[in-house]
Design a protein around this ligand. Structure first.
Ligand SMILES: [Zn+2]
Length: 347
């Protein structure tokens, strides 16, 4: 059995963007409730972890942004962006969320754990170096990838972002770098507006940003096909030392913010595929961090499916697994996107 770690903390429930906001504490409550069940609880490790210090946050963020977010500490409510609001504990929760992903990265490279899921809020992938936006205060995965490169001297980190939305912040943090390969599937055009296929990186980073913009309506088999036909060969060629996942559950079929058609089986399959690829190229080092997902049932079931797969349990039945494993893209689909990726990668 794998040593699968879960990073959870009640402080993440104290970040409250305000009454009626979709990015609510109940998103984590519904998952944490399940993890308290003894049959689930005993499958996983629950290591302790620390908040990211300012010095660590500065690996990805400007001093001005950190100041601005820390200024909200203890204040009843503050607005950082039209849809990004804080409560008294938001700054502390955001530091702990980034710290969970950083500590998870360290534990993976130390060999203390095999893989992990950071069940954190606030999410991160929209946060730019100098700007909080899109429900995100600090960019948890980007801070962790910088940590791996700058502090652990790693050279190749893969970030796979399957959230409904494009991770503009993550893309921009590494746009000129070949040390982080950013691979994103997202509904397009949609918030935040970035993520066109022709956004491929610049300078040393050219070819190390891969965007797969998609119309709504895509299902489990379609996402499986993208992972089988486009992502898998790129991972084998890039040979990352760790795979990080920005896991958004807003591609779930009933998500109020999105128009995708994914079920828990789709999340299970994408995780199983990444687990297999991580086994092949980087001793299984796989770190999943929570981004979006606003239908509570879809979020809960999707997150549990990911956890079962990380721990090598069964997140889906055998017939579904076989069907998704064999999924391929029809020949005339995503042609332009694939042609752009083919300029840089053997596919
Ligand atoms: Zn999202």
């Amino acid at each position: 059995m794998r040593k699968t770690a879960i990073f959870k903390d009640d402080l993440f429930l104290k970040h409250d963007p305000g009454y009626g906001h979709v990015e609510s504490p109940s998103r984590l409550e519904v998952i944490y409730e399940q993890l308290n069940k003894p049959e689930l609880n005993k499958k996983f490790l629950f290591p302790s972890f620390s908040p990211a210090t300012r010095e660590i946050l500065e690996l990805n963020h400007s001093e001005a942004l950190i100041e601005r977010v820390s200024w909200t500490r203890g204040k009843p409510s503050a607005s950082l962006d039209p849809d990004t609001r804080t409560s008294p504990d938001s700054f502390d929760a955001a530091c702990l969320a980034a710290g969970a992903v950083v500590d998870g990265t360290k534990m993976l490279f130390d060999g203390e754990i095999d893989n992990c899921f950071a069940l954190v809020r606030p999410p991160g992938h929209h946060a730019e170096a100098d700007r909080a936006m899109g429900f995100c205060l600090f960019n948890n995965v980007a801070v962790a990838a910088h940590y791996a490169i700058q502090r652990l001297n790693k050279e190749r980190i893969l970030i796979v972002d399957w959230d409904l939305h494009h991770g503009n912040g993550t893309q921009h943090s590494f746009y000129g770098s070949d040390q982080v390969l950013y691979f994103s599937t997202h509904q397009y055009p949609h918030y935040p507006g970035t993520g066109a296929a022709y956004e491929v990186g610049t300078g040393h980073g050219e070819g190390y940003t891969i965007n797969i913009p998609l119309p709504g309506g895509q299902d489990d088999a379609f996402f499986a096909a993208i992972f089988n036909s486009i992502l898998a060969p790129i991972v084998k060629e890039y040979q990352p030392e760790c795979i990080m996942v920005s896991a958004g559950f807003d591609i779930y079929k009933e998500d109020p913010l999105g128009g995708m058609n994914v079920t828990a089986d789709g999340f299970a399959y994408m995780t199983r595929k990444l687990r297999a690829l991580a086994d092949e190229v980087c001793d299984g080092r796989l770190l999943v961090t929570l981004e979006g997902g606003y239908n509570l049932t879809g979020l809960r079931d999707g997150a549990l499916a990911v956890l079962f797969e990380l721990a090598e349990g069964n997140g889906m039945d055998a017939a579904t697994a076989k069907h998704l494993k064999n999924a391929t893209l029809p020949s005339n689909v995503l042609e332009e996107t694939q042609n752009i990726a083919k300029k840089y990668w053997k596919m």
